[in-house]
Design a protein around this ligand. Structure first.
Ligand code: SF4
Length: 321
């Protein structure tokens, strides 16, 4: 075993986090946890994971569930395409693989929502295979340990980082190795202010030796995030509220929402005007309203854009038939 993996695994044996999907290497549980953990913190995931496993304890149960129940169980976790892909893939696994997650890496990769990272995580943690993986935590750790100067989010940087993850992988212990790196990245080798003095790898960390750990990984310069202004209308009729279902494809597919429209940049210069709200909503949704009072502004950041939603109570004039 390399110096890196010996030190790392010794540390992991003493400090590993107790997580509900660990020590029960049910491939389905590992799969669900890995998908939930994408873009989401462990503390947030734990209650969702526990609820999910009660509602859909097997792949076959998940395959038979209806989509709305699946989305309800995911509600609040965000990035709903993850839930849809889990559901879609469960149907394939139930049909093609008798409800058992396949061990063959190409079969695993063919499932919706399972990329190179998830394949490595499932293969090592659930099947004990000698497979490396590379999530954001691991990318950061290897960039720092080996002072990688390529952009970590470029194809060349990715290639170097995957090689480092593979070269240092201890045979027969890949599951622990990958999980130890994930724990180290979440608790010690943090993006900002890494706790180097507590790190089991401090003696072999190149970036720390040079004092550049906070400058690694090096990432490509970010493009400016677009900022949009939307209007959303709340139309009440007795105890009913008007909702619109989003299209079956794209962002938040099939979800229900208050009717809304995006305002053109020119239209919001000098403030959101009543005439523009009514006009944009009619043009984009064919819903005609009469604006009443302003209810507030909700700001939300998605991965690729930010939006400020100006919310108004309105009276309904007409909706498309
Ligand atoms: S020494 Fe510091 S920068 Fe290096 S791996 Fe450990 S925590 Fe990360």
């Amino acid at each position: 075993m390399s110096r890196l993996s010996t030190r790392l695994l010794n540390w992991y044996n003493k400090h590993k986090r107790i997580l509900p999907w660990r020590d029960h290497p049910d491939p389905y549980a590992v799969w669900v946890s890995e998908i939930m953990l994408q873009q989401t913190r462990v503390e947030t995931v734990i209650p969702y994971f526990e609820k999910w496993m009660k509602l859909f304890p097997t792949i076959k149960k998940l395959a038979k569930a209806n989509e709305q129940d699946v989305l309800n169980a995911w509600e609040g976790l965000g990035y709903y395409s993850r839930a849809r892909n889990l559901h879609k893939s469960a149907k394939v696994v139930a049909e093609k693989f008798n409800g058992e997650l396949p061990r063959n890496l190409d079969d695993l990769k063919s499932l919706a929502g399972i990329g190179k990272y998830t394949v490595g995580a499932i293969a090592s943690m659930a099947f004990g295979m000698d497979e490396a993986t590379l999530d954001g935590n691991l990318r950061r750790i290897f960039s720092r340990l080996f002072d990688v100067k390529e952009f970590a989010d470029s194809p060349a940087g990715e290639k170097i980082l995957w090689s480092l993850a593979r070269e240092n992988l201890p045979k027969g212990k890949a599951g622990d190795y990958n999980q130890a790196l994930m724990d180290l990245g979440s608790t010690i080798c943090l993006p900002k202010n890494p706790k180097c003095l507590l790190c089991p790898l401090i003696q072999i960390c190149e970036a720390r030796k040079k004092g550049v750990q906070e400058l690694r990984p090096i990432l490509k310069p970010k493009k400016k995030t677009p900022q949009y202004i939307d209007v959303a209308v709340v139309v009440l009729r007795r105890d009913e509220v008007l909702l619109n279902q989003r299209p079956a494809d794209g962002l938040l597919a099939n979800m229900w929402e208050f009717p809304n429209a995006r305002l053109a940049e020119a239209a919001v210069l000098g403030g959101v005007k009543s005439k523009e709200i009514v006009k944009s909503l009619k043009a984009q949704t064919k819903i005609q309203v009469k604006q009443k009072e302003a209810l507030g502004i909700v700001n939300h950041a998605y991965t690729h854009f930010k939006v400020s939603v100006h919310v108004y109570q309105c009276d309904l004039i007409s909706i498309p038939k």
